[in-house]
Design a protein. Structure first.
Length: 354
């Protein structure tokens, strides 16, 4: 892919007919009794539909699309590029969102639904149009260890799904004994410090000890979104090659502007917010031979399959945070699929079959 022509022009002129817009509520209880709610965005036209998933609302407060049933002026005949340009002129929030990044998440829901619909109306599949071959997808189970951190969350999942690997949200409350127990599982591919969200550091000394323990105990793991602090930068000086960034990456230009000169990129299309910008992030990362992996935002429906499909096209053999949604539950019913996932692109559209 390093010498591939830009991918967006292959999609931009796809014709698109939108006759109506529908919103459907999705919900699940995830790990630690977290109640997750998302919305399917369904664009209907020419005898078929296109689906996207809005992951912008965590608590129903009247601002979700399935609550507002927002009537946006999207009906018409477009090209995919024309639809996306028109969407950018609209405000799909009856009241401003609690956090500005939610705007990108919601925009992705509409754009991904439009891409799906345009491809289905044309009788085409995304991978064929892009000229890329879907490959088996390696994935990790992403989770935190609770308010009172415990290794039991990992042990329970390993007992149920031997061979599962993890991306863990690190906390300054992790003890030395807990870090040692986690490392002993030899099942962790990524440690996410969540240091790029503007959250105030309550105990700098405890945070420093956390980094020291993680660096000593996980010598091969990716180190995602480290805190932008001088004392942390000093600790990471010899580990920059495995530092990755997620939250700061919203455009291809952001890749070269991260606090540390990291090479690894967590490509999260919903956070990027647009099809074109996501493709540009993939292209730059591939051109510069940067390791990539994919990430999600707790999708419950079609959105999870869509990022699994993108992972299969752009960074299949990586610790992708795209495990099937049931992995995010404490006690999911039935058998869980193992990693890697066999390629399952739908015959038409932008979907991963279930």
């Amino acid at each position: 892919m390093a010498h591939m022509e830009p991918l967006w022009p292959r999609l931009a002129e796809l014709p698109l007919v939108v006759e109506s817009v529908e919103y459907d509520r999705l919900d699940a209880v995830l790990a630690h009794e977290f109640k997750r709610v998302t919305t399917h965005v369904r664009l209907v036209g020419a005898g078929t539909d296109g689906l996207g998933e809005d992951v912008s609302v965590h608590v129903e407060d009247g601002s979700s699309l399935h609550e507002t049933q927002l009537a946006l002026p999207l009906v018409g005949e477009w090209t995919l590029a024309g639809f996306c340009d028109h969407l950018a002129t609209l405000d799909p929030w009856p009241k401003p969102p609690e956090w500005e990044a939610a705007r990108r998440l919601r925009n992705w829901a509409f754009e991904s639904a439009a891409l799906d619909l345009a491809l289905r109306q044309a009788g085409l599949a995304l991978h064929d149009v892009l000229g890329l071959e879907p490959r088996p997808v390696r994935f990790v189970n992403s989770l935190g260890l609770g308010e009172e951190p415990s290794i039991e969350h990992l042990r329970r999942r390993l007992a149920r799904s031997p061979g599962v690997r993890f991306k863990l949200d690190a906390e300054a409350t992790w003890s030395a004994a807990l870090v040692a127990d986690i490392a002993a599982t030899d099942a962790v591919d990524t440690i996410d410090f969540k240091g790029q969200y503007g959250i105030a550091v309550q105990d700098p000394e405890a945070l420093g000890r956390l980094y020291d323990r993680v660096l000593a105990s996980f010598p091969d793991a990716y180190l995602e979104d480290p805190h932008d602090l001088p004392e942390i930068a000093r600790r990471l000086g010899d580990h920059v090659e495995r530092v990755s960034y997620d939250a700061p990456i919203r455009t291809a230009e952001d890749i070269g502007a991260t606090p540390l000169p990291a090479r690894v990129v967590n490509v999260k299309p919903s956070r990027i917010g647009s099809v074109r910008a996501s493709l540009e992030v993939y292209e730059r990362s591939a051109r510069e031979k940067r390791p990539m992996y994919g990430g999600g935002m707790g999708e419950l429906g079609v959105g999870r399959g869509q990022i699994e499909l993108l992972a299969s096209l752009f960074h299949a053999d990586a610790p992708n945070d795209v495990a099937p949604s049931a992995y995010n539950e404490d006690d999911p019913p039935g058998e869980l699929p193992a990693s890697p996932l066999a390629p399952r692109p739908d015959a038409f559209g932008f979907r991963w079959t279930t």
